[in-house]
Design a protein around this ligand. Structure first.
Ligand code: ZN
Length: 70
C-alpha cells in the first residue's frame, strides 16, 4: 500500500505578501510555500462618492421643480 502525498494540507497559510505587481500582489505561504495572488486595496473609489452627490443633486432639482410648479 502506498500513501498518497497530500500537498493541499490543512495548512493555516501564513501569507508573505510581496511587492505589488499592478493591481495584485503575489503572496507566498511561509509554511507550505503555496503561492496566491492577492488583490491590492484600491484607493479612491470615487464612483460611490459621485453617486451620492449626484443623488443629492437630483433630489434638490426635484425639490426646486416642485416649488416652481407649485
Ligand atoms: Zn500554507
Amino acid at each position: 500500500m502506498s500513501e498518497e502525498i497530500v500537498t493541499d494540507s490543512d495548512c493555516i497559510h501564513h501569507w508573505m505578501i510581496g511587492r505589488p505587481n499592478g493591481p495584485t500582489s503575489m503572496g507566498t505561504c511561509k509554511i507550505c510555500g503555496l503561492e496566491q495572488e492577492f488583490k491590492n486595496s484600491i484607493q479612491g473609489s470615487g464612483w460611490d462618492r459621485d453617486g451620492g452627490r449626484r443623488r443629492a443633486a437630483a433630489a434638490a432639482a426635484q425639490r426646486n421643480k416642485a416649488k416652481a410648479g407649485g
